[in-house]
Structure formats: structure tokens, C-alpha cells
Design a protein around this ligand. Structure first.
Ligand SMILES: Cc1cc2nc3c(=O)[nH]c(=O)nc-3n(C[C@H](O)[C@H](O)[C@H](O)COP(=O)(O)OP(=O)(O)OC[C@H]3O[C@@H](n4cnc5c(N)ncnc54)[C@H](O)[C@@H]3O)c2cc1C
Length: 505
């Protein structure tokens, strides 16, 4: 087995697991979700019954905290959720604000900070949990490598790592986040093309791919990732066009912040019948009634109905800045009420529900922060940024340029680069056809994607089969939980998983 100079604290070599006292826990993925599991696991150990945990192995090629979601140090990339919903510890909702204030931050808790501040916070909480574990005699090791699969064939789970080595653990938590970019309509053939970038992240890669000279760039997408791409590109002097099938930008709000009050109409959602043919209308009514509790201003006077996306952006930015935009106050409560409503529904029902509400989620629940909206408008005003009226029907690359045609556009438009910013596939875990191995990537023919999860968040070979000692946390739970990528949902799951693992559950 290969040995590396891994980041170690605590006792002796437990690399292969199970060769010392206590159980070995492996956490795969040390981004926000993995860090939340780790911190809450360490906190739970002193009061946990059952066989004690002797070592924790954290497997991630990136440094703890610096995952795809938050681990980019470009200050233009902001969190979308406010400081007051970004605590890694659900029992201490002010933990992130406390961390920031201890470093001189004086902002309001319902505002957003750069994503790197969140990554630094995760890294800090990771280090302090590691020190606490070491004082309790628990070995903690960060293995900077990617895990490929988990072999589950009778004995304890065996993790296969990308460097060819293997790890044995008693319990495994998978917290791998998103990483596989979606393939935008009409561009599948260009994956790997030197002038096509599959994602705007990390920003350093985007900068390196485009160089310092001003380029003409087509960004595919018009939601959060596309907004990030536009902000980075325009700042760096590139002329940028956003295009998406909807052609519309998200709505504008201060932030996704903690609910300012209770919303009884949203509590009603839990009692709705999932099979009711009028479900969509009834859910919408719950949301509208909840918004009314925040003030008398009619909902239609809180948003713009302008057809032109930039005009709509300008009008909604003005509303948000004037403080008359009340609907964002319900967003977190709506996410959590919908999550509770859908929890336990069959996966295909949840997917169908989410599809029906995609317009609402894409435009309102994942709305833009007013800071980013203002920045976009400034780039539109200088002509550096525009939103295309239609999505391309064809794209060819020849003689060093892209020629892109949209319906009704006449002459094709030319671009130097295309950047895909349509987001990421949710993480997929796949059972090998013989049922002995879980792959942390899409499988081959005959393999089956894990598409079902019980409330315990443990992996099973089939419905009704006994649970394996493998838990999912974070975005991987999307097969059961809508909004599995909502940080507050994730930290509560992490608390549950950490408690189960700590007690040997
Ligand atoms: C660009 C972006 C911005 C976002 N911003 C917000 C926001 O502002 N607010 C919010 O609430 N949500 C945001 N989200 C949603 C986000 O997915 C959730 O908040 C999620 O909880 C982030 O934590 P995570 O640990 O799942 O992902 P990450 O922090 O991305 O961590 C995943 C980790 O898993 C590691 N990993 C992946 N595969 C393997 C493997 N095979 N072996 C070992 N390690 C592996 C990666 O290296 C990475 O470090 C954002 C998502 C993205 C993609």
C-alpha cells in the first residue's frame, strides 16, 4: 500500500483501519457537508454509547473546507445564502457569524459574504474538531486522494482510492457534493473542445483558459453559475453573452436568509395530500398566504413583469433596494416546508413535484443577491454583457471561431469561447451489477444507480434490504430530499448521520 505524508493528528498509523483500538470512520468528501459531519461527530463522541470511535479518516483530494461549492478565493464569487443560515452546526446557528466577527467582520447577519470566507470557516472548524479529537485520543487523518468505490462483500466496507490503495473502515459517510457538469443542449459533441469550458469553476481555470486579451464569450445558462461566469468574465474585460432556453434571469433579493418569523400557512403544507390533483394550486396558496404575513404590499408589486430580462433585473433590483420586496422573507421557510412535505414520497413523485416547481425554484428560491444584480446591471450598461433573446439552434467551430445561430437571428453570431454554466448533475452512487461494490461515479451497463434512500440515510442494496454501514450526507441525498443542496438542510442531516455513526447505530 502506498504511503503519503498525510495530514495526521492523534495516535499511530491507522491508515488501513481496524488495526488499533476503536472503530474506524471514513468520511469521503471534506467540503461543507463532510466538515459538518466531522465536527458534529467529534462533538457527539463523548456522549455516544456503543463501541468507541478510534480513528477518523477523511478522504478528499482538496484541503478540508475547500470543495467546489465554496473553495474558490475569487472575491467576486459570493455565497447566495446569508451568514445567518450558513452555520455548519444546526445547534449553534450563529456559529458562522461568530467566526466572522472574531476576524473583524461587521456585516449584518442577513447579508452574504464571499464564498472563500465560508471555505475558511469550514477549514477552521475542521482544524478545531481535529484538535478536540486528538485530545480525546482519536486519530484523525486527511488523505488527499479521491475515493473510487466502496467494496461491500461480507466484511467491513473497503474503500478503493484513486492511487490504487485500499482503506478498511467500519463506517463510511459519503459527502462528495456535486462535480459532474451538466451537458447543455446542442453542445454534447464539444465536451473536451479547447475553446469550450465545461464549467466556470474554478475561476483560476476560467482565467487561464481565456487569457488576458478581451474575448467574445458565449455563456450557456442564466442561473447562478451563469451569473458567476458573467461577473468573472466581464470584470476581466471579456464581452459576454448569456443564453438559456428560458432566456430569463433569477429574481432579485437581499439574500437567502433565516426566516424572520413563523409562517402557519406553510405548516399547513405538511397536511396536504400528495395525490391531490390541485396540489400545485394549494401549495402555491400556502406560499402566497405566508408572504402576506410579511406586509400588505401585493405580491405583484414586489416583482417585475417586464418581458426584457435586463429591464426586469433593473426593476427588481430597484424594488429590493427600496426594501419593498417582502417575498424573500419566506424563501428558507418554503424550502424547509417543501422538504418536509416531500420527505418520504417515492423518489419519482418528488422529482415530478420538483419539475412542476422548477420555474419557482429557479427564479425565486435561488434568486440573485442584490449585490450581484447591481454588478450585472453595471456590465449591461457598458455593453460588456447582454442576454441573448433565444437559445442557439446550431453551433459550429471553424477557422478559430464559434458560429452560433439562434432561431430567427439571421447571420450567425461569432464567439471566441463558449463556457458552460448550466450547473451540475446531482452526485450519483451506483451499485455494480453483482451488488458487491458501490461506485462513486456513473456505472456501466448492468450497474444500477442508487435511486432510493430511507429516512436513516443509509445505503441499501435493494428496497427492504438491511442497511449497509454507509451513510449519505449532503447533495447525495437528493434521491430522497428535495433541496438536498440547501446548507441548513445539509447540516441537519449531518447532525443525524454524525449521531448515528458516533453511537455505532
Ligand atoms: C458553485 C456552488 C456554489 C454554491 N453556493 C451555495 C451557497 O451560497 N449557499 C448554499 O446554501 N448552497 C450553495 N451551494 C450548494 C452546495 O452544494 C451545498 O451548500 C452543499 O452543502 C455544499 O457542500 P458539499 O460538501 O456537498 O460540497 P463541496 O463543498 O463542494 O464539497 C464536496 C467535496 O467532496 C470532494 N469529493 C468529491 N468526490 C470525491 C471522491 N470521489 N473522493 C473524495 N472526495 C471527493 C470534493 O473534492 C469536495 O471537496 C453551492 C453549490 C455550488 C456548486
Amino acid at each position: 500500500m502506498t504511503r503519503r505524508n498525510d495530514d495526521v493528528s492523534g495516535g499511530g498509523d491507522r491508515r488501513s483501519g481496524g488495526d488499533g483500538d476503536g472503530r474506524t470512520v471514513a468520511i469521503v468528501g471534506a467540503g461543507a457537508a463532510g466538515t459538518s459531519v466531522f465536527a458534529q461527530l467529534v462533538a457527539a463522541l463523548p456522549r455516544a454509547g456503543g463501541a468507541p470511535v478510534g480513528s477518523v479518516l477523511v478522504v478528499d483530494p482538496s484541503p478540508p473546507g475547500w470543495g467546489l461549492a465554496f473553495g474558490d478565493d475569487d472575491p467576486l464569487l459570493m455565497c447566495n445564502s446569508a451568514v445567518n443560515v450558513n452555520s455548519l452546526l444546526p445547534d449553534r446557528p450563529d456559529d458562522f457569524a461568530d467566526h466572522l466577527r472574531a476576524r473583524g467582520w461587521t456585516g449584518a447577519p442577513d447579508t452574504c459574504v464571499p464564498r472563500a470566507a465560508m471555505a475558511a470557516y469550514c477549514a477552521d472548524r475542521w482544524s478545531s474538531a481535529r484538535d478536540t479529537a486528538a485530545r480525546a485520543g482519536v486519530t484523525v487523518r486527511h488523505l488527499p486522494v479521491r475515493a473510487a468505490s466502496i467494496r461491500i462483500a461480507g466484511g467491513p466496507p473497503r474503500l478503493r482510492l484513486d492511487d490504487g490503495s485500499e482503506l478498511v473502515a467500519d463506517d463510511v459517510v459519503l459527502a462528495t457534493g456535486v462535480h459532474r457538469p451538466r451537458v447543455p443542449r446542442g453542445f454534447a459533441a464539444f465536451t473536451g473542445h479547447p475553446r469550450y469550458l465545461d464549467s466556470p469553476y474554478p475561476s483560476a481555470r476560467l482565467r487561464a483558459a481565456l487569457g488576458a486579451e478581451g474575448r467574445r464569450v458565449l455563456v450557456l445558462g442564466s442561473r447562478q453559475s451563469a451569473v458567476d461566469a458573467a461577473l468573472l468574465l466581464c470584470r476581466d474585460g471579456h464581452r459576454t453573452t448569456l443564453t438559456s432556453p428560458s432566456g430569463s434571469l433569477p429574481a432579485v433579493r437581499l439574500s437567502l436568509h433565516a426566516p424572520p418569523r413563523d409562517f402557519p400557512p406553510l405548516e399547513r403544507m405538511a397536511r396536504l395530500d400528495p395525490d391531490d390533483p390541485l396540489l400545485e394550486r394549494r401549495l402555491t396558496r400556502c406560499v402566497v398566504e405566508a408572504v402576506r404575513l410579511l406586509g400588505d404590499r401585493p405580491l405583484r408589486a414586489q416583482t417585475s413583469s417586464a418581458a426584457d430580462p435586463v429591464r426586469r433585473l433593473a426593476e427588481e433590483t430597484a424594488l429590493a433596494e427600496a426594501g419593498v420586496c417582502l417575498w424573500p422573507g419566506v424563501a428558507v421557510a418554503v424550502i424547509e416546508a417543501l422538504t418536509a412535505f416531500a420527505d418520504g414520497l417515492p423518489a419519482d413523485r418528488t422529482r415530478a413535484l420538483m419539475r412542476r416547481f422548477d420555474w419557482f425554484v429557479g427564479r425565486y428560491l435561488t434568486a440573485l443577491t442584490v449585490v450581484n444584480a447591481r454588478r450585472l446591471l453595471a456590465h449591461c450598461a457598458t455593453g460588456a454583457l447582454r442576454v441573448a433573446p433565444a437559445y442557439p439552434e446550431s453551433a459550429v467551430f471553424a477557422d478559430g471561431v464559434w458560429r452560433v445561430s439562434a432561431p430567427g437571428s439571421g447571420t450567425p453570431e461569432t464567439y471566441d469561447h463558449v463556457v458552460n454554466a448550466t450547473g451540475f448533475h446531482p452526485p450519483e452512487v451506483t451499485w455494480r451489477a453483482d451488488g458487491t461494490e458501490l461506485l462513486l461515479r456513473p456505472g456501466d451497463t448492468g450497474d444500477t444507480v442508487l435511486d432510493r434512500l430511507e429516512a436513516d440515510l443509509r445505503v441499501r442494496r435493494a428496497p427492504g434490504a438491511p442497511p449497509e454501514r454507509v451513510w449519505l450526507a449532503g447533495t447525495g441525498t437528493h434521491v430522497r430530499i428535495p433541496f438536498a443542496n440547501h446548507l441548513r438542510t445539509m447540516t441537519r442531516q449531518a447532525r443525524w448521520v454524525a449521531g448515528q455513526v458516533a453511537s455505532g447505530g
